[in-house]
Design a protein around this ligand. Structure first.
Ligand code: RTP
Ligand code: MG
Length: 136
C-alpha cells in the first residue's frame, strides 16, 4: 500500500547545493515525487509546521532557521514512504546519524540537519495539508 510523506530540504540544504542530492536519494530508493516546489516559508506556516515544538527552548531558533531562506517542499509517495524517507534522512542529531544517510553524510549540527520528513501518518496528513492545501 502506498503512502505519502512531506519532505523539506531546509535552508542549509538549499544553500549547500544539496537539492539534487536529496531528490536523487529519494528517487534511487524507489519513491516518487507528487509535488515539488522551492519556496520561502512564511512565519505562520513555520509555526504551524513545528507546533509540536512550541514549548521547547529551541523553538525561536528553529523558526528563525526555517524561515531564513528558501526551502524545497515535496510530497513523496511510495510503499512505506514515511519510514523510508526517515531512514534516508538518518537520526535528528547528525553525529548520531549513520554514515550513508543524508544527515550522516552532510551535516554536523542538530539544527542544521538538511532535511525534514514527517514522523507518522498523522503528521504526514497534517503537514501535506499545510504545505500543499490544493493537492488531491
Ligand atoms: P524534522 O522534524 O525536522 O524532520 O526533524 P526530526 O523529526 O528528526 O526532529 P524533531 O524532534 O522533530 O526536531 C525538529 C527539528 O528541530 C531542530 N532541533 N533543534 N537545538 C536543539 O536541541 C534542537 N533539537 C531539534 C532540528 O532541526 C530538528 O530537525
Ligand atoms: Mg520532526
Amino acid at each position: 500500500m502506498s503512502e505519502r510523506t512531506l519532505v523539506l530540504v531546509k535552508p542549509d540544504g538549499v544553500s549547500k547545493g544539496l537539492i539534487g542530492e536529496v531528490i536523487s536519494r529519494i528517487e534511487n530508493k524507489g519513491l516518487s515525487l507528487v509535488a515539488l516546489e522551492l519556496r520561502t516559508v512564511a512565519n505562520d506556516i513555520a509555526e504551524e509546521h513545528y507546533a509540536e515544538h512550541k514549548d521547547k527552548p529551541f523553538f525561536g531558533e528553529l523558526l528563525e532557521f526555517i524561515t531564513s531562506g528558501p526551502v524545497v517542499a515535496a510530497v513523496v509517495e511510495g510503499p512505506r514512504a514515511i519510514e523510508g524517507f526517515r531512514q534516508l534522512a538518518g537520526a535528528t542529531d547528525p553525529i548520531k546519524a549513520a554514515t550513508g544517510s543524508i544527515r550522516g553524510d552532510y551535516a554536523l549540527e542538530v539544527q542544521n540537519n538538511i532535511v525534514h520528513g514527517s514522523d507518522s501518518p498523522e503528521s504526514a496528513e497534517r503537514e501535506i495539508k499545510l504545505w500543499f492545501p490544493n493537492l488531491s
